[in-house]
Design a protein around this ligand. Structure first.
Ligand SMILES: [Zn+2]
Ligand SMILES: [Zn+2]
Length: 954
């Protein structure tokens, strides 16, 4: 069966598992009362699965398999994230929509239905990759965030947290995409790495003091367009400022930044920033309609005003987080001069309607003409762009709905202690995220998402929130069906009568942030609490979740927030965080640059198992980034998969009807050694997997497979094929035990090769279950672990290594038996001598131990004629057995051996070692005559030739 190409065999196993419902059985056979709860975070199906997804398939497959084998019931259900900008963006492109108002023109209903029809575009491709990687999950019956049951739970959750007073409506400065016309949150921008380095004009401008127009405050900005909406200037009251004189002009700036002044100047005086507070200045563009309003004054910005950048005087407009805070604090006028499309709506008449970025050059020219521009320079900095449409974002103060995070922050930080992060360091990182977390903007001014269940009275501004369809039915003016679709275009049609004033209440236009949806997955995927209340009790929180590092501040965070809001409890106990997979050169993998190999081709070349263990053994599992290298996958395939396959191939060729189940433990030292190693492996792998450490687990396997293949098998070949049945039974039993346990241990990591081994063992009646994946996790036996044997075997290997080096340096082939080896400086038990003798082909081993001697190996390289003849005889035996194999003879077939040669030394060898040759080639007679025989075989020994003929007797 291993003759079929490895990848083909993997595909056969996928079929085998499917046809025999092995996954389903593996879950159902475990008791419901003993769950291991796993949440599979829902991905967007808006593209094909890439390496990052494949990594998550593998991590999320391993641990459920492991805990299943440990006796837990681990149900696994696939889910899809269906809402939000990613899918809207794809649909806009398909519909050739350039601007938000085109969606209103085509009708929100048409747009949303189009999104609904396209959202599961790629599910078949996903299914194929999930299956091909050996990930087991209920795929077809997946939950979707656009399911009505899912959305109803979102309503329930929102109402609950609203009633608890965690929700408020407010203005908040958020990054805003003027093309998509929606705010984006900082994490969304950070997550998709949407910052780009840009070079723009930074300008330093003059604000003339009202009381003394000959003196100007110098302020610096990288966004000249915001100057139109300037309302105040901020200084740091504690820092030193200077007034300088250049020609007839007086300028004020922070002392530490005098370096920006290029002309000659005199310092007139030096003073604390405090002196500037409340000074009024003449605005560059006066927009504030009400002259009674405060504004155009200097305020104290505190330490936020830096002394190592700009001029130490910050210009404030509403388009910045700090700015907005100050505006609120000092009750300054709110001036928004850019409309929702990103165009200038207030300001000099000629510029109205200009794109906000285009206003920069107008401002520059205008201020320069008015001699208010002090300096303009190129300035390189990173600037955020919309991750879906690539439009430069602007900070904007927007009306939005928020969840108050500040109130629950202490509890978030405290409960983080109950979450186990892998690797541990992420916990600290997460704590920092929690400490600086802003309030959560949960509303979006978009279309394809769960509609917010908030109705507002057009008369008295009364607000009503619904937590279920049933509640809405009670109040709705229109007929509401039991399974009302909760998308915007449908729910917008429902009105209610205001219980307070009797006027009509309409739904607010916003929809939910899709992170509220994915973060509610533990509840919404089960339509909790409308259904599954009992089930939920034993299935929350989850034991395990896993995602890549960017999700720490996204999915993990939002799940945590929602669980705290609902239950004051954590949503998961163990989190495995992966790093990011980069292209081989360390850059981001990019389809257009074609800088990475197609994952499907890698799987076809090396198999899913090799890719699995390559990823699982890498630093990705320590949350570090990895440059993907095909060469390493290939090496893993060769050093792990191929070695193991060859062991199994060898094993399957041994006729082992000699296997006895309850045989006493073998006394052979190689057997005892590999059994000791096996038990150490079981112990350590269990410990590592209990600690969610796959990198070390993989390393343990690499090392064990190498020991098994290049030491145990290599030095046990003769015993495994021995005619001495007693000796052979022990060896075969040992190898069977090793392979049985190894197949179980590998089952979660490399499910394919593990199953191949298991089915081979089954053919030989060594194991009995339908699949290794229905087996239990093996236990180790402390009694069988013998550190002394391991130490002695290490020494033995060292002796062999040195001896082989010596042979190599004297150019003596391994088949030439040598008389003796002298070992000095180590203590080695006699039972290891056989191993050494066999491995390096010497007759006698002499051990000389003295306290002061260093470890050394001395090889007697003198080849006596006796040794020469013995060497020839061994060579003959090897050739003859190869010939027997060619004739397809089994060890049971007895023969008569005819031979002839002109070389007297070879004749001598035949004579002297007749009994040994007969024994080892299963010959009854040896006859030195070949005359008259057809089909004569010529054996070459160096320059000489032996002709042989084999007569088969049975
Ligand atoms: Zn955009
Ligand atoms: Zn009302």
């Amino acid at each position: 069966m291993l003759e079929v190409s490895y990848c083909e065999k993997e595909k056969e196993l996928i079929q085998f598992w499917k046809e025999n419902k092995i996954f389903e059985k593996s879950v159902e056979q475990r008791p419901e009362a003993n769950p291991y709860v796993f949440y599979d975070g829902p991905p967007f199906a808006t593209g094909l699965p890439h390496y990052g997804h494949i990594l998550s398939f593998v991590t999320k497959d391993l641990f459920p398999r492991y805990w299943t084998m440990k006796g837990y019931r681990c149900e696994r259900k696939w889910g899809w994230d269906c809402h939000g900008l990613p899918i809207e963006s794809i649909c806009e492109e398909a519909l050739n929509i350039k601007q938000k108002n085109e969606i209103y023109e085509m009708g929100i209903s048409n747009f949303n239905e189009f999104c609904r029809s396209k959202v599961l575009w790629y599910t078949n491709e996903w299914k194929k990759t999930v299956e091909r990687m050996g990930k087991w999950i209920e795929f077809d019956d997946s939950y979707k965030t656009m399911d009505n049951t899912y959305m109803e739970t979102i309503w329930y959750i929102f109402k609950k947290i609203y009633e608890q007073g965690h929700v408020y409506r407010g203005k908040k400065v958020l990054y805003y995409c003027p093309r998509c016309e929606t705010p984006l949150s900082n994490y969304e921008i950070a997550m998709d790495n949407s910052y780009k380095d840009v070079t723009e004009q930074s300008i330093t401008v003059k604000f003339k003091l009202k009381e003394d127009p000959g003196t100007s405050l110098l302020a610096w900005t990288t966004t000249p367009w915001t100057l139109i909406g300037n309302v105040a200037l901020a200084v740091n009251s504690k820092k030193d400022y200077v007034q300088i004189k250049i020609g007839n002009e007086f300028l004020i700036l922070i002392k530490t930044r005098l370096g920006i002044v290029t002309e000659d100047f005199d310092i007139i005086r030096e003073f604390k920033g405090k002196e500037l507070i409340n000074k009024q200045y003449i605005p560059l563009y006066q927009l504030s309609p009400n002259t009674n309003e405060k504004g155009y004054i200097v305020i104290d910005g505190g330490d936020e005003v830096l002394s190592d950048e700009g001029t130490g005087i910050i210009h404030l407009a509403i388009y910045g987080e700090f700015d907005y805070e100050m505006i609120k604090k000092y009750d300054l006028p709110i001036i928004q001069h850019i409309d929702e499309h990103g165009k200038l709506s207030k300001g000099p008449r000629d510029w109205l309607g200009l794109w906000f970025k285009d206003v920069d050059s107008e401002v520059l020219g205008d201020l320069s003409e008015r001699e208010l521009l002090y300096l303009s320079e190129n300035y390189s900095h990173s600037y955020p762009f919309c991750y879906r449409c690539d439009t430069p974002l602007l900070y904007n103060a927007l009306d939005a709905w928020f969840v108050n995070i500040q109130k629950i922050k202490p509890l978030l930080i405290q409960t983080n202690e109950d979450i186990k992060w892998y690797p541990k360091e992420v916990s600290k990182r997460y704590q920092n995220i929690l400490q600086t977390a802003p309030d959560w903007c949960i509303s979006r001014n978009r279309f394809w998402a769960t509609a917010m269940p908030i109705w507002e009275c057009q008369g008295c501004k009364n607000v009503k929130v619904f937590g279920s369809i049933k509640e809405l039915q009670e109040f709705a003016v229109e007929e509401v069906s039991d399974n009302l679709d909760l998308h915007k275009h449908i729910v917008d049609e429902i009105h209610i009568n205001c219980p307070r004033c009797g006027k009509v209440m309409s739904r607010v236009p916003e929809v939910f942030d899709c992170w509220l949806e994915s973060g509610s997955m533990p509840f919404a995927s089960k339509h909790y609490p409308f259904e599954n209340v009992e089930w939920f009790k034993s299935n929350f929180p989850s034991d395990f979740v896993s995602e890549y590092i960017a999700q720490v501040r996204a999915w993990f965070y939002y799940m945590h927030v929602i669980s705290i809001l609902l239950f004051r409890d954590i949503p998961f106990r163990n989190v495995v965080v992966n790093g990011t997979i980069l292209a081989e050169d360390g850059t981001k993998m990019s389809k257009s640059k074609r800088n990475f190999p197609d994952p499907n081709l890698i799987i076809e070349k090396f198999g899913a198992d090799a890719l699995r263990i390559y990823l699982l053994s890498s630093q990705l599992m320590r949350a570090q980034d990895l440059n993907f290298k095909e060469e390493i996958v290939k090496q893993v395939y060769r050093r792990f998969n191929l070695l193991l396959i060859n062991v199994v191939k060898f094993y399957s060729m041994i006729e082992n009807d000699n296997f006895k189940e309850d045989l006493e433990v073998s006394g052979n030292i190689l057997d005892k050694w590999i059994i000791s190693l096996l038990n150490v492996l079981i112990r350590d792998v269990t410990e590592r997997l209990d600690d969610y450490d796959t990198a070390e687990t993989s390393r343990l396997f690499f090392s064990f497979v190498e020991d098994l293949s290049t030491w145990y098998i290599k030095n046990s070949r003769d015993r495994l094929k021995s005619e001495n049945r007693h000796e052979q039974v022990f060896a075969i039993n040992t190898l069977s035990v090793v392979l049985t346990n190894l197949s179980k241990l590998l089952a979660p990591i490399t499910p394919f090769i593990s199953e191949m081994i298991y089915l081979k063992l089954k053919e030989k009646n060594i194991v009995y279950l339908e699949s290794v994946h229905l087996e239990s996790w093996p236990d180790f036996d402390e009694m069988l672990i013998d550190p002394n044997i391991q130490n002695q075997m290490n020494l033995t290997r060292e002796v062999v290594r040195k001896s082989l080096e010596l042979r190599e340096s004297f150019k003596i082939p391994i088949r030439q038996v040598l008389q003796k080896i002298t070992i000095r400086g180590i203590n080695l038990n006699k039972e290891y001598f056989d191993v050494i003798a066999g491995a390096i082909n010497v007759k006698d081993i002499i051990l000389k131990t003295g306290k002061e001697t260093d470890f050394s190996v001395e090889l007697d390289t003198n080849i006596t004629s006796e040794l020469r003849l013995e060497g020839i005889a061994r060579n003959l035996i090897r050739h003859l057995n190869n010939y027997r194999k060619k004739l397809k003879l089994s060890p049971k077939n007895r023969i008569n051996l005819y031979f002839e040669t002109n070389n007297s030394e070879i004749l001598d060898a035949f004579e002297k070692f007749e009994e040994r040759i007969k024994n080892l080639v299963q010959a009854d007679k040896m006859i030195n005559r070949i005359e008259g025989k057809s089909e004569v075989k010529q054996i070459k020994l160096g320059q000489d030739v032996v002709e042989v003929y084999i007569e088969i007797k049975n």
